[in-house]
Write a protein that binds this ligand. Sequence first.
Ligand code: FEO
Length: 380
Amino acid sequence: MINNDILCVGVVDRKIDLFEGMYRVPDGVTYNSYVVKGEKISVVDSVDAHFSGEWLSNIDKALDGKSPDYLIVQHMEPDHSGSLSAFVEKYPETVVVGNQKTFVMMGEYFGEGFPANRLVVKDGDTLDLGGRVLKFIFAPMVHWPEVMFTYDENSATLFSADAFGAFGTGDGWDDEARRYYIGIVGKYGVQVTAVLNKVGGYKIDTIAPLHGQTLCGEKLAHAVDLYKKWAGYQPETDGVLIAYTSVYGHTKAAAQLLYDELVARGVDAKIVDLARDDWAECVAQAFKYSKLVVATTTYNATIFPAAREYIDRLVERNYKNRTVAFIENGTWAPVCAKLMRAQFETCKDITFAQNSVKIHSALSAESRAQVIALADELAK
Ligand code: FEO
């Protein structure tokens, strides 16, 4: 419950194995939905199809058996729209509110002409519930083209669709919101910045996203601050992420030596194993830190797969504004540093460290000295 007139009727999914078929969610994920009461009543967004019954039951309880007048559809991705047909079957008189793009997608998912009762809104349109006016703010590509936010001036609540959403069900926000944002919305920083600017002049006391907790007070201010950084591709932390793969432990030893040398110099450093740690967390951490070192081997005359895929994932999310360095290992014909550099050269505003490390099979006095030189440079 946000207040007496805005009730949470969403559900918690603890059974899902991979969100969007690719993101691990060990603590589950919530599909949030809200009931907003004026003289008339609107529901804001639906939930995943596996939870139609629970969601409709939550609405029933919140409305004491009354029927809602409207269902606002802010986002058509199935984690939020999967229960629309069950809703329309139960409440055929309810008017479904969306924009032109929303209804094109709705037709694709549920059949041409679905639903019969609809209200098509434009950016900036309002919906008067009686004693409460909702305003629609289009937020294209945050994270699909039809996305819109809904602003309730009465309670200064912004229903923010996927924006400000987080994986998990716990109290912490930063890590799971970052992993969600960078993984799912990170490519669209320009569009996120545009909509943050668009709502910048609104009085907002509560942000009600479609995943995770609602935000208010200091948490809200902190979340907005982080979102501005993420959307602007600015690092949160001046420090170094070392992301390594290691076949027999020798590359790991070099990565660990660099980590120890950085910590000894007072640098905020973190080390991750790209083959074993959660890939989405490794990607999110690269966006958190200002500097990145990728340590890996040449494999099949290219970059070891987990490292190559990692860099692909950074590039596709518009990784930029960072310093990048390499540790490469190869028993014969090492080429991965050159190939990694070529991948990062497709990103904007990447500074390559002057020092790099080349290991032939195992650390030697020469490659140890290169690690020390790299640590010195990154600590400056
Ligand atoms: Fe939570 Fe873009 O769906």
